[in-house]
Design a protein around this ligand. Structure first.
Ligand code: DQA
Length: 152
């Protein structure tokens, strides 16, 4: 089965305890599980990872992207300033969707810009867990269209 990386950054291990109006009331484990179920329907296997450390996410991307066909990432606050994760995502050359549970465009000014999203083919904000299901479907469509173009 083709593998999709599902990566969460800083503080997302605290989902379920963080502001539910912004982030929903699911724990990270529940969120990952919902995404895995959606991925299985599309014949993808999810390889999930969470870290509060920027460099660990870079290390994970460098190793695991070699065995994967796509990436879904919610970098948390790293989104707004991590050029290291931006570079690591670009270096994978894999189609990547960035997901945010909250609508970062309607929050503090510093949160409205995502550095890492600029290495992605799409960004989904403010749809809570539905954003992850949508990300799977976008990756599926994207990979199918790339494959059909390369078959000609
Ligand atoms: C978040 C939005 C970020 O600005 C914030 O730092 C997070 C969560 C989201 O999913 O809405 O930790 O990525």
């Amino acid at each position: 089965m083709d593998k999709i990386l599902l990566i969460h950054g800083a503080n997302l291990n605290f989902l379920g305890k963080r502001n539910p109006e912004l982030y929903g009331d699911l724990t990270l484990a529940e969120l990952v599980n919902i995404t895995k179920i959606e991925a299985e329907i599309c014949n993808f296997e999810i390889v999930d990872y969470q870290s509060n450390h920027e460099g660990d996410i870079v290390d994970f991307l460098q190793v695991e992207s070699l065995k994967s066909v796509g990436i879904i990432i919610n970098p948390g606050a790293f989104s707004h300033y991590s050029y290291a994760i931006y570079d690591a995502l670009l270096d994978t050359s894999l189609p990547t969707i960035e997901v945010h549970l909250s609508n970062i465009e309607k929050r503090e000014v510093w949160r409205r810009k995502s550095v890492t999203a600029q290495a992605c083919i799409g960004i989904i904000c403010g749809k809570k867990e539905l954003g992850y299901k949508e990300a799977i479907r976008i990756l599926e469509d994207h990979l199918q269209s790339v494959r059909s173009t390369s078959i000609g």
